[in-house]
Write a protein that binds this ligand. Structure first.
Ligand SMILES: O=C(CO)COP(=O)(O)O
Ligand SMILES: O=C[C@H](O)COP(=O)(O)O
Ligand SMILES: [Zn+2]
Ligand SMILES: [Zn+2]
Length: 316
């Protein structure tokens, strides 16, 4: 069942965070739904602009609709990740997406407010939720390079003003994370102080954490032992997900970790079977391993075993 992110956040707020997983293909969809059902967790499927172009946005939609039929107990939102204004309108008008992210965080504050407000008005007219972004993630976000340090962390006073002016349903805040496998050079920790300040200005308002992959060391070690060359990687400590959830983070974005599962499975498979060329055996292993990963993450996020209670509260 497809629901909005606002519906998911209403149930999760202050108790747990919903995992938001990026997918690009049928194998990821199968693993994601399988893992969500194994752990009895609601989830968010994130579709990036790149994912919409990888095969075709219609292919991905068909895959997700099929997965929802194969796993009829699943409760999830379909969300556009890092959208621009034009892509947001395309998704709002699609009849498929239940949530969009407008990412105008690289524009000046007033411009970000104006764009986000336009998208929010259009989305709300169709009952669709909107995530916006304020502040810039450290390290490399999209094509923008941001220096390490506090300069680009979300300003709590600005966050309060931004939410009031735009009417958005959730806000992606920069609290020290970045996209990809190389998040921290020194201390591996979220800026809980900033999060606490944002929460006290926006009590009850759902916050979103991007760049939340944990980049497990054993995963990277296995990839490198099978021919990979990923050096100096570091992710978010997954034991910080739940403390962040208690401070209002209702959505935790995880993409890179899923790519690492894919890379580990395929590198090991073809290292050990150099004569093989059928992609289905490693594909099947990937689906199982990704499902296991998703189920494990949902336990750490606190979203595991929330499905029955969520279903009840949605029926009220
Ligand atoms: O924020 C993300 C998608 O929007 C994904 O972050 P990771 O690169 O840490 O997986
Ligand atoms: O925020 C970025 C997501 O991880 C999506 O990445 P992508 O644009 O390579 O699909
Ligand atoms: Zn951004
Ligand atoms: Zn992101």
């Amino acid at each position: 069942m497809i629901v909005t992110t606002a519906q998911l956040f209403k149930h999760a707020y202050g108790k747990y965070a919903v995992g938001a997983y990026n997918i690009n293909n049928a194998e990821q969809a199968m693993g994601l739904f399988k893992g969500a059902i194994q752990s009895q967790a609601p989830f968010i499927i994130q579709i990036s602009k790149g994912a919409r172009k990888y095969t075709d946005k219609r292919m991905l939609e068909a895959v997700i609709r099929a997965a929802a039929e194969i796993f009829p107990d699943a409760i999830f939102a379909v969300h556009l990740d890092h959208g621009d204004e034009e892509t947001c309108y395309d998704c709002i008008n699609s009849g498929f997406y239940s949530s969009v992210m407008i990412d105008a965080s690289h524009d000046p504050f007033d411009e970000n407010v104006a764009i986000t407000k336009r998208v929010t008005d259009a989305a709300h007219a169709k009952g669709i939720s909107v995530e916006a972004e304020l502040g810039m993630l450290g390290g490399v976000e999209e094509d923008i390079k941001v220096e390490e340090g506090n300069a680009c962390l979300t300003d709590p006073a600005e966050a309060e003003k931004f939410v009031k002016l735009t009417g958005c349903d959730s806000l992606a805040c920069a609290i020290g994370t970045s996209h990809g496998a190389f998040k921290f050079k020194g201390k591996q920790s979220l800026h809980f102080d900033v999060l606490q300040k944002i929460k006290s200005r926006l009590p009850g308002f759902p916050l979103v954490m991007h760049g939340s992959s944990s980049v497990p060391k054993d995963e990277v070690d296995r990839i490198n032992a099978a021919g990979g060359q990923i050096a100096g990687s570091m992710g978010v400590d997954p034991n910080e997900y739940l403390p962040a959830a208690k401070l209002g983070v209702t959505k935790v974005n995880i993409d890179t970790d899923g790519r690492l599962v894919w890379t580990r499975v395929h590198r090991e498979f073809f290292r050990d079977k150099p004569g093989d060329f059928d992609f289905r055996p490693p594909g099947k292993i990937f689906i199982e391993e990704y499902a296991k990963f998703i189920a494990g993450r949902n336990v750490l996020l606190g979203s595991a075993n929330q499905l029955a209670d969520l279903r009840q509260s949605l029926a009220k």
